[in-house]
Design a protein around this ligand. Structure first.
Ligand code: ACO
Ligand code: LMR
Length: 604
């Protein structure tokens, strides 16, 4: 790997850390990234499907997932995991991601992961070729391309520290706070940084100085490196080795903080878990001396570090190794932003012409477009342009259920309402409100139960037993007037269409085997029109490539009954207009058609 991140890098952010994610997106907007750097968020306990964030003046929706596996499945190109889990969970989250594969780097922010686990985690990552940044870090940044969470601070600070575009320095530190300080110093005394990593303060961190500096050696944007080490550990000696054996050839400026330790009579533990010298060679003074001897630019004190950086940079600039960096165009994040109350993902009326899922109305409305109502439904309900066999199936369903005469429950209610003097809309709604599990609204239920039975390999007998246990009649089975002897030709029509146009109909085949059993008990227990529609819609969605969870979601949200609602509205309106045309008087039900069985009230 030559560069840790590019302008196309996308991350999965583990934990819905809204402020940090917003800072990433503000950065993305400022540097004019094409895509947000956060592709998905893992929020294990949230029931929400997305989180809204500002992207400049507008808002974007970042999808939420319960697991890394689910997020990665949908966002395979997101190859960075930003693990913001607590120290209790961070290990498991990292291990799951390594096992899952497809991540080039994982950043672990938690401080205090047990050292035994941290070592195991780091080794597993190393063996899998995954770069771990951290634990106990604020992360890393490739200015002008990708920044992790809060590194660099606010957007103002980022621009002031020239972190909005690539400079020439490769910066590695342990500390996050000092990382920000150093990037500011480098901005003032040189042209900023090309890549920077705070490797983390724990004793056992994933990628160490040498890993990052060897990568920076290969990164053509990095012309020289600044290393801010600290008391404790021997990682700085690996840089000396690399310079000696020629693996690092670019100029290195370094300083180890903690030289004050020699003024204390006993060993000192500084803020970081790893910041304590266990041997003379681990003291800051010893490391600074060894680095200077190896030809690294080591200032006399931390205070002299800015001047050293300025000198190395100026020399390289004078020699033409570094050239002046032109300032790129930036977008300004507005100071005042207002979050939107409503979201619409299906149609957009802001342009000259309203669009249905991106299709201007004129491109679907007239016959010459070749589009029908099935296309419009596929666009507005499912936000996809379905193939012709599927849109024509939808239209066949709508036409098939448009009406079934005046006697059916809903039409009867609509007619009675119209005769009471109510309007078309009131009468229509009365009819629609009749649609339910017994009448017309058994489509979702049929899809749900037949799919469940088929998914669980229940044979028809076992399915019937299961439904008996549930205590509900099988949705999609049975009809008041249709039977084996008086078959429902609507059902035959739908089945014939499917046989001719569907790639396959596995759920319908299963449902027919159930029907064979129910009709052997009672001949009107046929697969009815609701059942046939629900089952064939599942077969259609499967053939269209929807996942099982997407199909289950359609069923749960009542999508299937909506086909009956749309279709039958046509018939109900017809009946209402019929009543109005005939100027029918108010309806009163004949009393001789009612069994009156009213007893005198019992006195309490
Ligand atoms: N599953 C299992 N047994 C059933 C079913 C069923 N879906 N439907 C009826 N039965 C049984 C009843 O338990 C009853 O048994 P029993 O005689 O041993 O007591 C017998 O058949 C008669 O029951 P009824 O409710 O009187 O049947 P009817 O033929 O009058 O009802 C109805 C028709 C309401 C459609 C019924 O079959 C049913 O509830 N089906 C499920 C819901 C459904 O699919 N509705 C959509 C119909 S199509 C449309 O509206 C567009
Ligand atoms: C319908 O389409 O309304 C029905 O199948 C119900 C019925 O009673 O005819």
């Amino acid at each position: 790997m030559e560069k840790l991140y590019t302008k196309d890098t996308q991350a999965i952010f583990w934990n819905n850390n809204k402020t940090a994610i917003q800072r990433m997106l503000d950065y993305d907007y400022t540097i004019q990234r094409k895509t947000p750097s956060v592709a998905a968020i893992v929020a294990p306990t949230s029931g929400n499907k997305f989180e809204k964030f500002f992207y400049g003046p507008d808002e974007v929706m970042i999808p939420l997932y319960k697991t890394t596996t689910a997020a990665k499945k949908e966002h395979a190109n997101a190859e960075v995991l930003l693990n913001f889990a607590s120290f209790r969970t961070a290990y498991d989250v990292t291990m799951e991601a390594i096992e899952l594969g497809g991540f080039s780097s994982i950043m672990v922010t938690a401080e205090g992961i047990p050292e035994r686990l941290a070592r195991k985690m780091n080794n597993t990552a190393r063996n899998a070729g995954v770069t771990v940044i951290g634990p106990a870090t604020v992360g890393a940044i490739a200015p002008g391309a990708f920044k992790i969470a809060n590194i660099g601070g606010t957007i103002e600070n980022i621009v002031n520290s020239k972190l909005h575009r690539a400079g020439s320095c490769g910066l590695v530190t342990r500390s996050g706070g000092l990382f920000n300080e150093l990037s500011n110093i480098i901005a003032i005394n040189a042209d900023g940084i090309a890549e920077g990593v705070a490797i983390g303060g724990d004793r056992f961190v994933g990628s160490v100085f040498i890993d990052n500096m060897l990568r920076m050696e290969k990164n053509p944007e990095v012309k020289y490196m600044v290393l801010l080490g600290e008391v404790g550990g021997t990682e700085e000696y690996k840089i000396i080795e690399a310079i000696k054996d020629g693996r690092i050839t670019k100029p290195v400026i370094a300083w180890c903080i903690g030289t004050i330790a020699k003024h204390f009579s006993t060993g000192v533990q500084f803020g970081h878990a790893g910041a304590s010298a266990n041997a003379d060679a681990e003291t800051a003074a010893a490391k600074n001396k060894a680095m200077a001897e190896a030809g690294i630019y080591v200032p006399a004190s931390f205070n002299d570090l800015p001047a050293t950086i300025n000198k190395v940079y100026s020399d390289m600039l004078a020699k033409g190794i570094i050239s002046e960096i032109p300032e790129p165009k930036m977008s300004l994040v507005p100071k005042v932003r207002r979050s939107k109350q409503f979201i619409c993902t299906i149609s957009d009326d802001r342009g000259e012409e309203c669009t249905y899922a991106g299709f201007p109305i004129s491109s679907v409305a007239t016959p010459d477009t070749g589009k029908g109502i099935g296309d419009v439904i596929s666009l507005l309900w499912f936000k996809k342009q379905y193939p012709q066999w599927a849109t024509e199936f939808i239209e066949t369903v709508i036409k098939t259920v448009a009406d079934h005469g005046p006697a059916v429950s809903g039409a009867h209610n609509a007619k009675v309402t119209a005769r009471a003097g109510k309007s078309v809309v009131e009468s229509l709604v009365t009819g629609l409100l009749t649609i339910g599990p017994r009448f017309g609204g058994a489509i979702d239920g049929a899809a749900k139960y037949f799919k469940y039975a088929d998914d669980n390999d229940l044979d028809p007998k076992a399915f019937l037993k299961y439904m008996k246990g549930e205590g509900v009649p099988i949705p999609g089975i049975g009809h008041r007037i249709k039977s084996l002897k008086n078959p429902d030709l609507r059902v035959t029509g739908l089945m014939n269409y499917a046989a001719e146009h569907f790639p396959s109909t596995p759920l319908l085949d299963y449902a027919k085997s159930v029907e064979a059993l129910t009709t052997s008990k009672k001949e009107n227990l046929i697969l009815n029109v609701d059942g046939t529609i629900g089952i064939l819609m599942v077969d259609m969605w499967r053939a269209l490539g929807y996942s099982e969870s997407e199909i289950n979601e359609f069923i749960e949200s009542g999508t299937l009954n909506a086909f009956f609602i749309v279709g039958r509205s046509i018939g109900f309106i017809g009946h209402v207009l019929d009543e109005k045309r005939l100027a029918m008087p108010m309806y009163r039900h004949p009393m001789d058609d009612i069994l009156y069985d009213v007893q005198e009230a019992e006195k309490l």
